[in-house]
Write a protein that binds this ligand. Structure first.
Ligand code: PHE
Length: 512
């Protein structure tokens, strides 16, 4: 095609008479976009220099085309009235014209006809000959105009244009085309230059002849370098972390993968005979099987937790019967792989309570963590023995379920999930408690994505929090929304060797 173009252009004597890409396309009977491609390649090898230009034309909308061929609705009404001898029944006209009737009535009343009760009456003296349908004629003119016919500017300046534009009867189409002039390498025939040297070129020295080779294009886009990328879960984690930081939460340290049962369960008022503390649900460590209570300051708290489990507490305005069983310190010191990040929240809450009791100053707090937790689960399409939790808590005064629902909703809205369902649930450490569900578009069913609640006084009182301080908290799975985001029906497409590389390669974190 480049050859054909060069031949065509060099056949015309003066460069000023050279044809534009649009005219060349018409002359060669080739699509304009293909000619543009060839022009660009001739420009790259400096046969041509291109000047970009624009040309416009009017294109009628469907309605516009209809008015051009059948007349405007007001004239259709007018013609029908005249046909009926100057007056016609309104309802009959409406039945004949359908939706166009209303448009015609608005535009034609008083100009072509008047309303007389249930009839439309032509204005005396007006005929189709002395009052022609100028708008329809003008639309016809627009319809027949084309690029390069020199009509656009005149038509654009016509007084009818604003009115037609308001009625959405046309659109303006713009064509970008190129006007060529000679480049430094111009000749009437295309010399195909090679892009690469061969071993022979090097041996024979032909590589020195620059006329044989393409110049190096320093503007060429480089080949995409495939390098390491972030794992999809890590991308999600980064994104969620950012959202929580933007919502004013501070991050908790999560580097304690092994916890003792005390922080993982007992401090959360989870009784020692609770089924979650069975080996079927929790991974217990063999070595070291248990830990010692290192800091003596914790001893008092340890005993308070024992007491709350065994017999509760009885303050003036707050009381609990506890779980009523003999609490074992040995059981509390057994090491586990943490089963939830709530163990971390508990540690932080105790620290904050200590701080509050030392200074006497209460400071509301918003904390979060995102990290791995471990459960002895039966593996299936949506469960693995390890997963990530996004945990958040807010320490404040008089916080309740409505606050909790609002923050959870706000967080999920930010990650693009707006349809949430809350279901009453039970946790030993929260009351009330709610499970959070959302619809999984691939599995086509509602899936649980988290659990939440208001921490119980049995958990907060032994830490040293006063009665008016409340803590709302939630724990969400990172994997579930990630599965929804990446459209995975099976968790193995998100964790393990079946993760699609395309989800890993895009180095940037995604935006929702
Ligand atoms: N620990 C709960 C879980 O693992 C989540 C949770 C956190 C519930 C905080 C309530 C409050 O599912």
């Amino acid at each position: 095609m480049e050859d054909q173009i060069l031949k065509l252009l060099s056949g015309v004597a003066g460069e000023s008479k050279w044809r534009s890409s649009y005219e060349v396309a018409a002359a060669l009977g080739i699509k304009h976009e293909e000619i543009v491609g060839a022009f660009k390649s001739l420009e790259a090898s400096q046969y041509l220099i291109l000047q970009q230009e624009k040309e416009s034309k009017f294109e009628l909308t469907e309605e516009g085309r209809k008015y051009a061929s059948e007349g405007t609705p007001e004239y259709q009404i007018f013609a029908m009235i005249l046909e009926k001898g100057g007056s016609a029944d309104k309802a009959a006209l409406e039945a004949a014209l359908g939706p166009a009737f209303k448009v015609g009535l608005t535009n034609g009343v008083k100009r072509l006809f008047t309303v007389d009760k249930s009839a439309l009456v032509a204005i005396p003296g007006l005929t189709l000959e002395n009052t022609p349908d100028k708008d329809s004629l003008f639309l016809k003119k627009l319809e027949s105009s084309d690029y390069f016919d020199g009509q656009f500017k005149t038509l654009e300046a016509s007084e009818e244009i604003p009115k037609m534009k308001k009625r959405s009867l046309f659109a303006v189409k713009t064509l970008t085309f190129f006007r060529p002039t000679k480049g430094p390498n111009f000749q009437s025939q295309l010399v195909v230059k090679r892009a690469d040297f061969t071993a022979e070129d090097l041996a024979k020295g032909t590589w020195k002849d620059s006329s044989l080779f393409k110049a190096i294009n320093l503007n060429a886009v480089g080949r995409e370098v495939i390098s390491g990328g972030l794992h999809p879960l890590l991308k999600m984690k980064t994104e969620y972390r950012q959202i929580l930081l933007e919502m004013g939460f501070e991050e908790m340290r999560t580097n304690c993968f092994v916890e003792n049962s005390f922080w993982n369960f007992d401090s959360l008022y989870q009784p020692q005979q609770h089924p979650a503390r069975d080996a079927q649900d929790t991974f217990f460590l063999k070595t070291p099987a248990s830990s010692s209570l290192k800091c003596p300051e914790l001893q008092t708290y340890f005993e308070k937790v024992r007491s709350v489990h065994e017999k509760g507490f009885n303050h003036q305005d707050n009381s609990s019967t506890g779980w009523q069983y003999p609490w074992s310190a040995e059981e509390a010191l057994r090491n586990v792989l943490r089963t939830h990040t709530t163990a971390i929240s508990s540690r932080y809450l105790k620290q904050l309570a200590d701080e509050f009791n030392r200074t006497g100053k209460f400071e509301p707090k918003k904390l979060f963590s995102i990290d791995k937790v471990y459960r002895n689960e039966t593996l299936d399409a949506t469960h693995l023995a390890e997963f990530h939790q996004i945990e958040g808590l807010i320490v404040g005064k008089n916080l309740g379920l409505q606050h909790l629902k609002a923050v959870i909703r706000e967080f999920f809205a930010k990650i693009g999930i707006s349809e949430l369902m809350f279901k009453p649930a039970y946790n030993p450490y929260t009351e009330p408690s709610m499970e959070i569900f959302c619809f999984h578009p691939v599995l086509k069913r509602n899936v649980e994505i988290g659990n939440s609640g208001v921490f119980r006084p049995e958990m907060l009182t032994p830490m040293g929090w006063p009665k008016d301080v409340s803590v709302i908290a939630w724990g969400l799975s990172l994997e579930r929304p990630a599965m929804i985001h990446f459209g995975c029906g099976n968790i193995r497409e998100l964790v393990g060797h079946k993760v699609p590389l395309s989800n890993v390669r895009h180095a940037q974190t995604f935006t929702f």
